[in-house]
Design a protein around this ligand. Structure first.
Ligand SMILES: *Cc1c(COP(=O)(O)O)cnc(C)c1O
Length: 431
């Protein structure tokens, strides 16, 4: 039985897919918080390169991937699509489970897909330094790698709890030549304000974003880079789903369910949106789309769909999204990449429209499924990815009861090699 579906280098997609072309009505625009009017592109120019701003507002169905970006992608892309036959056997399920493996990138997750594109556009437009925030460290390491690749400097504000919990991510960010600070830090006004009230703050993505934006606004030829949420980030990630469609063709399959974990929504959207596009074009049936989050940061399952700030200090434009409120500080779970109060406006819209179904699971059951996956497939999921794995396993168990032969596609956003301590403590019942 064939279980690995690989594409050749030359089959790497040459274009990203832009879902804006296929929505039945335009997205609600980002608003300027001072006027409550739609934000002008110029207002974003202090933070982002022109090309990314254009992509943020673009409605062309496809956007060319620049050749230098493709060249970097080709070092690890196309990524494998694999069938989890050993997991299927362990579950005794008639379901066929596939996973699209993004753990083989230089930094071990899907984040490199947009980091490389953003660093490239900044380099072309004359940026010297990028600032950013990072939760668990995957985004910080991806951007540090991408900046090193295109000769940019990089400053990373890392959420304090992860800075302390994940020393190896921290070291990796330094290894790629970036500067790293724990957030909240005393370097910015936003950080100082939080520290004055909560000296022991574990930090949050919202706080770290405020710090990185402030740092970019004060720096010379310095711009800011965001690893999720925004339309252009989701656009860059669609290379995942575009490859997966070709690979499922090789397998002679079309998914009944596409499942991914959601922090800001980028890996899930990157996988799911091209499948949505195929369905909108009338070529294929629309799969069920399941977006999985932690119960302790239940943005989609318990949040409100409204305009909110992307950060704690309220420096960002207002985005129409599901949100737990910009002040929400989630507890320190191991899936640091899923600790965000908001959600990508594109994912939020599709949840509000009933196209994407949100689900929330608790850490313990998520890790139990991740351990089962690791033991059967030999691949250790990142704690974030483990949420998608758990949802897929639950579905497959149901198929075992009903006898349904569903095809389940998992977005395997990254490996958990830097999270072994988390596995150890959860397995021993102390995490
Ligand atoms: C950052 C991260 C996530 C969550 O971010 P999204 O933008 O929702 O994809 C999920 N998985 C991994 C491995 C990550 O690094």
């Amino acid at each position: 039985m064939k279980t690995r579906f690989l594409l050749h280098e030359e089959e790497l997609p040459h274009r990203w897919y832009n879902v804006a072309a296929d929505l039945d009505r335009p997205l609600d625009p980002p608003l300027d918080p001072r006027t409550n009017e739609p934000l002008s592109p110029e207002a974003l120019a202090a933070l982002f390169p022109r090309t990314c701003i254009e992509q943020e507002m673009c409605s062309d169905r496809f956007v060319d991937i620049p050749e230098p970006v493709q060249e970097v992608y080709r070092r690890w892309r196309p990524t494998p699509l694999q069938r989890a036959v050993n997991l299927e056997r362990a579950l005794g399920t008639p379901a066929r489970i596939y996973f699209k493996y993004e753990g083989g990138s230089p930094t071990g997750s899907h984040k490199a897909n947009t980091a490389v594109a953003q660093a490239y556009y900044n380099m072309v437009e004359g940026t010297k330094r990028l600032t950013t925030e990072t939760g668990a460290g995957q985004w910080g390491s991806a951007l540090a790698f991408a900046c090193a690749n295109f000769g940019l400097e990089c400053t990373v504000f890392m959420v304090r709890v992860s800075y302390d919990q994940k020393p190896y991510r921290r070291a990796m960010i330094r290894l790629f030549g970036a500067k790293i600070l724990p957030s909240p830090s005393s370097r910015t006004q936003a950080g100082q304000a939080v520290l004055a009230m909560h000296p022991d703050s574990p930090g949050s993505l919202g706080i770290a974003i405020s710090e990185a934006i402030e740092e970019a606004l004060h720096g010379e030829r310095t711009k800011y880079s965001l690893g999720s949420v925004l339309n252009h980030v989701l656009l860059h990630q669609t290379v995942i789903g575009l490859e997966a469609i070709q690979q499922l063709d090789l397998a002679g399959e079309w998914p009944d369910v596409v499942v991914g974990c959601v922090g800001g929504g980028s890996n899930f959207a990157g996988l799911a949106l091209p499948f949505f596009g195929e369905a909108q074009a009338g070529r294929r049936s629309r799969p069920r789309f399941l977006a999985v989050e932690p119960v302790v940061c239940p943005t989609l399952t318990r949040g409100e769909f409204r305009y909110d700030f992307g950060d704690t200090a309220r420096l960002t434009p207002l985005l129409k999204m599901y949100t737990l409120g910009a002040d929400f500080v989630p507890p320190a779970i191991h899936a640091g990449g899923l600790r965000y109060h908001g959600m990508a406006p594109i994912v939020s819209r599709l949840v509000a429209d009933g196209v994407i179904e949100p689900l929330a699971y608790a850490q313990k059951e998520v890790f139990e499924s991740a351990v089962l996956f690791a033991q059967s497939e030999g691949i250790i999921p990142a704690p974030e990815t483990a949420h998608a794995v758990h949802a897929a396993i639950e579905l497959a168990r149901r198929c075992a009861e009903t006898g349904e032969e569903k095809v389940i596609l998992i977005g395997f956003s990254g490996h958990g090699h830097f999270d072994i301590a988390a596995y150890d403590s959860v397995v021993q019942g102390i995490g």
